[in-house]
Design a protein around this ligand. Structure first.
Ligand code: NAD
Length: 286
């Protein structure tokens, strides 16, 4: 496998076989921050499920291009597209390019995100703002452009019951406070109510908006937390299910949320976390 596919268990040809019923056939999917980690996994699954998949990145276009090449070689459709999701002009240009080249967009996976960790007394305004700008404002900007396009384009009953689908990558830290990461937890808490409010407002137009809250998933963002056996052992004390997640765990949930199989679902967060939010510290009594 090329690209940064370390975090995916299946090769692209195996994925194509897995989704041979192509639940997202003839749809256009944009996945932000898709040249790495969870976004890469989601993009690979979207393409295997039949979607023309746009792989957004802001750095390392060569990684995005390698994933595109791998998808195409396996018979899927994909293209890379660069934009910084925190910049309004770049997000608008990205959507304009997608509509021009692919006609519309049906599925948005708001995945791009990062961390700028610091102890709270030392956290700079720059560290706070950088995380809010990408993790929260970036999701707002992309969701707004996607909704505008869904409304402009109108229904396509031949591809989906819904006018459009938005999936916001949140985190267990939308509910679990996280010392040393106040900016990150605040951005994810913000995503929860942004997603729910969009879902409430846009449901009459048949636009569905949901979130996935991953637990600990092996990607570059949290490399230090699982890279050594000792670190992984510590991490596992937080995960009742007894394993650290992989991008594929999140990607499978994303395919379901993007497909008509989940048509009556909107405004919901799916916690894909091996039970991390089940207060594992209480498993032997309080
Ligand atoms: P990652 O670092 O592998 O991927 C993040 C991606 O976002 C990268 O491709 C990065 O280049 C991109 N990105 C950052 N800033 C961007 C910008 N301004 N414009 C466009 N792209 C940008 O990490 P990941 O773990 O795959 O993270 C993906 C999402 O999942 C993030 O929103 C993260 O908060 C969330 N998440 C991850 C975990 C985990 O355990 N890995 C847990 C919960 C939530």
């Amino acid at each position: 496998m090329t690209g940064t596919g370390t975090f995916n268990q299946y090769t692209q040809p195996e994925l194509m076989q897995h989704y041979d019923h192509r639940p997202l056939d003839k749809q256009v999917a944009l996945v932000t921050g898709a040249n790495s980690g969870i976004g890469e996994g989601v993009a690979r699954h979207m393409a295997a499920a039949g979607a023309m998949t746009l792989i957004n990145c802001v750095t390392h276009p060569e990684a995005a291009d390698a994933i595109v090449a791998d998808i195409r070689q396996a018979g899927g459709q994909a293209m890379s597209i660069m934009a910084d999701v925190s910049k309004e002009d770049q997000v608008q240009a990205m959507f304009a390019q997608i509509v021009k080249e692919h006609g519309t967009v049906d599925i948005l996976v708001n995945n791009a995100g990062w961390q700028k960790d610091a102890a709270f007394p030392e956290m700079t305004l720059q560290q706070w703002q950088a995380v809010i700008d990408v993790n929260l404002t970036g999701q707002f900007l992309c969701a707004r452009e996607a909704v505008r396009e869904f409304l402009r384009r109108g229904p396509r009953p031949e591809v989906s019951v819904a006018l459009g689908k938005i999936i916001c990558m949140s985190s267990v830290h939308q509910v679990i406070p996280w010392g040393g990461h106040v900016n990150y937890a605040s951005s994810k808490g913000g995503i929860k109510l942004m997603m729910e409010s969009i879902a409430q407002e846009m449901a009459p137009q048949k636009i569905r908006c949901n979130a996935i809250a991953p637990g600990a998933i092996k990607t570059p963002i949290n490399h230090a937390a699982w890279a050594t056996p000792d670190a992984e052992k510590d991490l596992l004390t937080l995960i009742p299910y007894g394993r650290v997640g992989v991008a594929q765990d999140i990607a499978r949930a994303a395919i379901w949320l993007a497909s008509d199989e989940s048509d009556y679902l909107t405004g919901t967060t799916m916690f894909v976390d091996g039970g991390m939010t089940l207060y594992p510290g209480f498993s032997q009594g309080g």
